[in-house]
Design a protein around this ligand. Structure first.
Ligand code: PMP
Length: 321
């Protein structure tokens, strides 16, 4: 039977970065020299856990700063445990492999680092036990994931966040990102920039791949870790910065949907999303419909810290070169 040549060409497209160094099964290798089998368990059943880490290029300092890598690998250990998996390396080892990977690639731009611990057995059968695991890290040049300057327009998704009773959102499991993809595409294809997802019981949980903070009556409020959120690394950093630098209280409490329509400022945050001001939800302006003053201040502090420009936050990053 003939295969459509266009489709064939799309499938045969070479990897975007064929010569990039990756860390694969304990060794450094070129992206194109690494192969995974069609039957790889994780590909079929979502049996993998992963992380998303950023490194920021500082042009003036000619330095690349790896952000919060230990916190990400600590979370990856916990995600693995939920899935009856075990990372073959300690956090310290993973950080040092990541540093080495970035050095080898000689990146001089912002970078996204993706470690993946996956079920590598090539066999049919849904389960977690008695299966082999594989591990790799790759890194690619990466700019903004969502808009961070003008402010974004969000919709409350018709899809609900996966509940802890079904698929724990606190673990970063590849399988649960099918839910995030449903929400994101629904939002974008409906003309919005991003989705805000409610928990099954109707409270605000988070964005498709971001945690959420709102400012209301002089306090920042963010959903508690028991409202089916990923326990975000950026979320933890912001909680500290809001208290220490903005001198505002941070409340971790459940948020109702209509509070999104009545708050003063709203932002989404995450390693990929960074700090993204939300200026509209469900066609209602947030506050005065412009980027919030405190959100702007938080962003300035965050971008200074992640690019290695703020001595006070030196311990957030590791210089690569
Ligand atoms: N929630 C979800 C569902 C995410 O995928 C992410 C991105 N990892 C976040 C929140 C933000 O987490 P972090 O700040 O650790 O990147």
């Amino acid at each position: 039977m003939g295969v459509d040549t266009k489709a064939k060409a799309a499938v045969k497209k070479p990897a975007a970065h064929p010569n990039t160094w990756v860390f694969f099964e304990g060794e450094f290798a070129r992206y194109n020299d690494v192969k995974l089998g069609l039957m790889t368990h994780a590909l079929h059943y979502g049996t993998a856990v992963f992380e998303g880490i950023r490194a920021y290029w500082n042009e003036k300092k000619e330095q690349l700063f790896l952000l919060q890598s230990a916190a990400h690998y600590d979370r990856m250990h916990r995600s693995a445990n939920v899935m009856r998996m075990k990372l073959p390396y300690s956090t310290e080892e993973l950080v040092s492999y990541t540093v080495e990977l970035l050095r080898r690639n000689e990146f001089k731009s912002d970078v996204y680092v993706r470690p993946l611990l996956y079920t590598s057995s090539e066999e049919i059968g849904v389960r977690l036990h008695n299966l082999n695991r594989g591990f790799f890290i790759y890194a690619i040049p990466f700019g903004n994931y969502v808009e961070v300057e003008a402010g974004i327009r969000c919709m409350v998704s018709t899809w609900r966040r996966v509940p802890d009773q079904a698929l724990p959102a606190r673990a970063k499991i590849t399988g649960s990102y099918a839910q995030a993809a449903l929400a994101k595409s629904e939002a974008v294809e409906s003309g919005f920039d991003e989705a805000i997802v409610l928990s099954v019981d109707g409270h605000v949980s988070e964005g498709s791949a971001e945690n959420l903070f709102m400012l209301k009556d002089g306090s920042f409020i963010t959903p508690p870790v028991t409202d089916d959120i990923l326990e975000g690394v950026t979320r933890s950093l912001l909680i500290k910065v809001i208290k220490d630098e903005l001198n505002l209280p941070v409340l971790e409490r459940s948020i109702d949907r209509t509070e999104l329509y009545t708050c003063d400022e709203l932002l989404l945050c995450g390693t990929g999303a960074q700090i993204s001001p939300v200026i509209e939800v469900d066609r209602r302006p947030v506050g005065n419909g412009r980027v919030g003053e405190f959100t702007q201040e938080l962003q300035n502090i965050y971008f200074g810290a992640v690019r290695g420009d703020t001595p006070k936050y030196k311990d957030w990053t590791i210089p690569i070169y």
